[in-house]
Design a protein around this ligand. Structure first.
Ligand code: NAD
Length: 460
């Protein structure tokens, strides 16, 4: 039944796409502006849904989910004319009297699947890119944030005709049913485990995929850093959303000399942010569900706890926690933590740090706290990761002029700002040749022409 319904929906979207309407620039800009106005009008409802799903506080809901989307829409609507304009590129002299252009063509009907941890912005930001590029879109939000999923469905109905853009709610079963259909592009945000399933199923139709996944993002603290500021920025990046952030620092690698100071400062900062009893703080979020609560609590069973460590199952609460003396064999170091637990590892020389990073899967983010340009240069040159920051955490995600995405196990493809427009567009390269001249040289019979070509080319 579901399969039939999805097939029909996709058929209608494909027909709408072929009508050319979604490609009209003014139509795209109008829809984006309507979407922006509707989000502004319903912002309180969005924040309430996020709060019901996992106790996300208003400040974080507004700044990390809503503002961010409003800015993406504004940037796209204001720049679409220039982004979508054909781009003239050079043409080698050999193609005498020709010119070349790159045209941005929408893929067609795209499927966007999003994760639960920033359930509003992770659904809306790719959707903005898809619409801006002229596509039709089916959005499948995460079933683990059901209130936000429901709200997204009603919001999209308010702004778009179903044949242009619509929401399919559901979980694994719905995902597989959708994946049976022949989409023109799939944009997926979630775990690496599921990313592999998506890529495999997409391959049946040769559908291109963009995978935005996670990983263990290291946070390096050199003895050449301002430790107090570093601690504040690490605690902020780790404990917002209770650590359930794809680009949260997963673990800290700190220079042995400054570890005691870092731990003292982390403790001070956690208390400054959330008080002595974080469970009473309105600004501290809960774990999404029992499964993740149990997974995270188990990490603490035999860990050496330096800060925090308290858990409360009935509240799905885990205190901001810092642990030490972890080995790479410990379960907490075997997978992405995705919760408010921060292991600390020591190092003595910087080469060790590079070796640690490079001996594991390439992470989505990397953070280096250091005033040393030499250490910064080494990280850029020698370590591979999706993106990151020097001397802060997470903020690279908030700059729409930077591409956001992973590499290797942490993902393929990127988005945000104009990068989203690029990701959701096929780049069609077209060369136009004048009828004025036509060199015989190019055409058969070739006889001994290759000699001349070699004489010209191999001389260089
Ligand atoms: P997930 O991969 O478990 O789920 C994502 C979606 O896939 C869900 O909506 C679900 O319906 C579907 N799904 C789950 N199991 C499936 C299966 N067996 N077959 C088909 N579909 C299935 O991810 P999650 O728990 O929602 O998110 C957590 C992960 O996402 C973390 O690894 C995190 O780092 C990553 N993440 C990445 C980004 C990013 O932008 N790179 C953002 C947020 C989260």
């Amino acid at each position: 039944m579901k399969t039939e319904a999805y097939e029909q929906l996709l058929k209608r979207q494909k027909a709408f796409f072929h009508s050319g309407k979604s490609k009209e620039l003014n139509f795209r800009i109008d829809r984006l502006n309507i979407l922006r106005k509707t989000i502004i009008k319903r912002n309180q409802e969005i924040m309430e849904a996020l709060n019901k799903d996992f106790g996300k506080c208003e400040f974080e809901a507004f700044t990390n989910e809503i503002l961010n989307v409003l800015d993406e829409i504004k940037l796209a609507a204001e720049n679409l004319q220039s982004w979508a304009a054909p781009r003239k590129v050079k043409t080698p002299i050999i193609h005498f009297l020709s010119s070349s252009k790159v045209y941005h063509e929408p893929y067609g009907t795209v499927l966007v699947m999003s994760a639960w941890n920033y359930p509003f912005q992770l659904a809306m930001n790719p959707l903005v890119g898809a619409i801006a590029a002229g596509n039709c879109c089916i959005l499948k939000p995460s079933e683990l944030a059901p209130n936000t999923s429901n709200l997204l469905s009603s919001l999209i109905k308010d702004c778009f005709a179903e044949e242009h853009c619509s929401v399919v709610e559901g979980g694994i079963e719905e995902t597989h049913a959708l994946l049976k259909e022949n989409f023109d592009l799939i944009f997926y945000t979630g775990s690496t485990r599921v990313g592999k399933i998506i890529a495999q199923e997409a391959a049946a139709h040769l559908t291109p995929v963009v995978l935005e996944m996670g990983g263990k993002s290291p946070c390096i603290v050199s003895h050449k850093a301002d430790i107090k500021s570093s601690a504040k920025r690490i605690a902020w990046g780790k404990f917002i959303n209770a650590g359930q952030t794809c680009v949260a620092p997963d673990y800290v690698i700190v220079h042995k000399k400054v570890k005691p100071e870092l731990v003292t400062e982390l403790k001070k900062q956690i208390t400054a942010f959330y008080g002595k009893e974080p469970e009473k703080s309105k600004d501290y979020c809960r774990i999404i569900n029992q499964h993740h609560f149990s997974r995270l609590s188990a990490y603490l069973e035999d860990a050496t706890i330096l800060i925090g460590g308290k858990t409360e199952a009935s509240q799905l609460y885990i205190e901001p926690t810092v642990i030490q003396e972890v080995t790479w064999e410990h379960p907490v170091m075997q997978e992405e933590i995705f919760g408010p637990i921060l292991p600390i590892i020591e190092y003595e020389n910087f080469t060790e740090v590079i070796d640690i990073v490079n001996s594991h899967e390439r992470p989505l983010a990397l953070y280096l706290f250091s005033k040393s340009k030499k250490e910064q240069k080494r990280i850029i040159k020698e370590a591979s990761f999706g993106g990151g920051c020097f001397n802060t955490t997470i903020l690279h995600v908030g700059n729409p002029y930077l591409p956001f995405g992973g590499i290797g196990n942490s993902g393929m493809g990127n988005y945000h700002g104009e990068w989203s427009f690029e990701t959701f567009s096929h780049k069609k390269g077209v060369l136009e040749k004048s009828f004025l001249v036509d060199f015989k040289f190019l055409y058969p019979p070739y006889k001994n022409k290759v000699k001349w070509v070699k004489r010209i080319y191999l001389k260089k």
